[in-house]
Write a protein that binds this ligand. Structure first.
Ligand code: GDP
Ligand code: ZN
Ligand code: ZN
Length: 593
């Protein structure tokens, strides 16, 4: 069950406020720039609007007349034939938003269904004798069904006879220049009705204020819905007479970007053009756009047809765009999504403090004085902000040598190796806090050793001489004793107060006053438990543990490190000697977690 306190309570985070002019200015500059950006994006992209895609219908009408001069052979004589083409002749209704304008054609006139030699384009059409032709064979490339005979096509070529619309279409190239080159001057009227059903808004591209007839011009008349075909090609950067020969596909894009808000209503189309087929394909890859159609008629009761291969331009009309209208939900969502940007100021300033603290300076990237000053300030903030928490692993221990300024962190299994010889990792010694110092002054006023116990002082004097013979090999101060722990834990206590030979820390005045002073330790115990009755045996145990703690706090300063601090053997035994256990083994260091 969740406690009532938790249900009725509220957890908040504690913050660290840094009073600094330049950090403050930096933060404000950041916030103001972010604010400006958010407002700018909101207004320029109209992010407060709900947008909806357009749905539309298109209707087109092509107008224009072209005169075509065809060359025909009549009775072995070449003749020019004038022909007029109007919209019924050159436009074809297509499905979807498309229309087609024929610009070039090939005519095969007077075709009727009978037998004739095939046109010798495909390899299967050519033959030497009847054996090369297969009766009933239908080649997808050919125009009819083979009869199995090989007949003369012209003076020196023979092809298979087919049953087809004869005479078979000659595989001629499209005429150059295009026969309906003047289609460039045709015009097309595009009627486009659009709808935004979600906003319940309908409109069209022909506005009442338009003067019709007109011709579209990108700058002078951008709203006119009548387009000259030549202009469309020019806008798209294409050459009409070139495309007219083989045909092509042209896209007319109508873009509607509608603002349906009553205070800034605007809904006008924008026209643009682009060629949609591949203009770079070479001949072998079937360039252009063409198809075949036929006109049928009867002559002397025989059905005949005129086959026309029409080359031309297919125009595809692509309508797209959105309509937007103010929507409070969109606005709230947008504002919500931008809130996280304000956190960027914190991220950036934290990054600055972290990167440009002394570690960066010490790395020597910027050894200039100005920078170091700046770094020192950052270092100060950094120290205030950060607290390093090590995982309380059973392998973690801290060691402090009196002849080294730093503390060593050992995070490994000892496996029988003395703790004294393990290198570990250097960590800076935390600065002593005022609490310890006040206790220090407390102990310093401690009365001098009671004159009634001179032998103890004697003892101490004798012990201070470093390099005593019975100290173990790893000892550098001469006061350490071999561990009495079981074999497997012994290595943990094989630690001296020094790295290199020299005087022992236990001989220092401070050790006596801070760690060994019975009066100070008693005071500390009473401080925690004011009514504590201090009697001999149990007291010794408490005083001893308190002394261990005092030493650890003195040498390691931080509470966290003190929990994992290992006492040097000399200190351990000096404390044990002062506050001994009358019976049984000392249990030694235990992991606190
Ligand atoms: P005991 O009094 O018979 O249990 O034996 P000890 O005199 O060895 O004291 C054991 C207590 O002191 C345990 O709580 C240990 O965690 C603590 N202790 C002993 N040695 C160390 C040490 O090197 N460092 C720290 N931080 N604590 C120690
Ligand atoms: Zn030693
Ligand atoms: Zn020592």
């Amino acid at each position: 069950m969740v406690p009532v306190v938790q249900l009725c309570g509220y957890k908040s985070v504690k913050v660290l406020q840094i009073h600094s002019v330049w950090i403050g200015t930096l933060k404000n500059t950041f916030l103001v720039s972010i604010c400006i950006y958010i407002c700018f994006a909101l207004v320029s992209d109209k992010l407060y609007q709900r947008k909806e895609p357009v749905i539309s219908s298109v209707h087109t009408k092509v107008k224009g007349i072209a005169e075509v001069t065809e060359k025909v052979t009549e009775g072995g004589e070449m003749k020019s034939l004038r022909n007029i083409f109007d919209s019924a002749d050159y436009t074809f209704p297509l499905q979807g938003n498309s229309f087609f304008v024929m610009t070039n054609f090939l005519k095969s006139e007077g075709q009727e269904q009978k037998l004739c030699p095939e046109f010798p384009t495909s390899p299967s059409a050519k033959c030497k004798s009847d054996r090369d032709c297969i009766k009933g064979w239908m080649d997808p490339q050919s125009k009819g069904i083979q009869t199995g005979k090989c007949v003369q096509y012209d003076k020196n070529r023979k092809t298979c006879e087919i049953f087809a619309w004869c005479p078979a279409e000659e595989g001629k190239e499209a005429p150059r220049p295009a026969l309906l080159g003047s289609a460039e001057n045709f015009t097309v009227l595009i009627k486009n009705n659009i709808d935004f059903p979600g906003h319940n808004y309908t409109t069209k591209n022909i506005f009442p204020d338009l003067k019709i007839p007109c011709t579209f011009h990108k700058t002078q008349n951008p709203q006119c819905p009548i387009f000259r075909l030549g202009d469309i090609f020019q806008e798209a950067g294409e050459n009409f007479s070139e495309v007219a020969i083989q045909g092509g596909i042209m896209g007319i894009e109508i873009y509607w970007d509608c603002n349906l808000d009553s205070w800034s209503h605007r809904c006008r189309p924008k026209y643009s053009f682009r060629r949609l087929d591949d203009k770079y394909t070479n001949k072998s890859l079937i360039p252009g756009y063409n198809f075949r159609y036929a006109k049928y008629y009867k002559e002397n009761n025989v059905e005949k047809r005129t086959l026309i291969k029409a080359f031309g331009i297919r125009f595809d009309i692509l309508v797209f765009g959105t309509g937007g209208k103010f929507d409070i939900i969109q606005l709230v969502v947008y504002i919500g999504s931008t809130l996280s940007y304000f956190g960027l100021a914190t991220v950036f300033i934290d990054l600055l403090i972290n990167t440009y603290s002394s570690a960066f300076c010490r790395s020597g990237v910027y050894p200039c004085c100005k920078c170091c000053e700046f770094c020192a300030v950052n270092e100060y903030y950094y120290r205030k902000k950060y607290e390093l928490v090590m995982e309380p692993k059973s392998t973690l221990k801290y060691v402090s040598f009196v002849d080294e300024p730093h503390i060593r962190m050992v995070d490994q299994q000892l496996l029988g190796k003395s703790l004294q010889v393990v290198k570990g990792q250097e960590v800076p010694r935390p600065q002593a806090d005022i609490m310890n110092l006040s206790r220090l002054s407390l102990s310093l006023h401690d009365s001098p050793p009671i004159p009634g116990q001179p032998e103890e002082v004697q003892l101490l004097r004798r012990e201070v001489t470093p390099g005593s013979k019975d100290s173990p090999g790893w000892c550098q101060c001469g006061n350490c004793l071999p561990s009495r722990l079981p074999e497997n834990r012994r290595a943990l206590e094989e630690l001296c107060c020094r790295r290199k030979p020299g005087p022992c820390i236990t001989t220092s005045e401070l050790f006596r006053k801070l760690v060994l002073s019975r009066q100070a330790l008693q005071l500390l115990l009473l401080y925690q438990e004011p009514l504590l009755v201090l009697e001999e045996e149990a007291t010794n145990r408490r005083l001893r543990h308190c002394a261990y703690r005092c030493y650890a706090i003195w040498r390691f300063a931080s509470q966290d490190m003190a929990d994992f601090a290992i006492l040097p053997s000399c200190c351990r035994w000096r404390i044990r000697k002062e506050f001994p256990k009358t019976e049984g083994q000392y249990s030694g260091f235990k992991y606190p977690y």
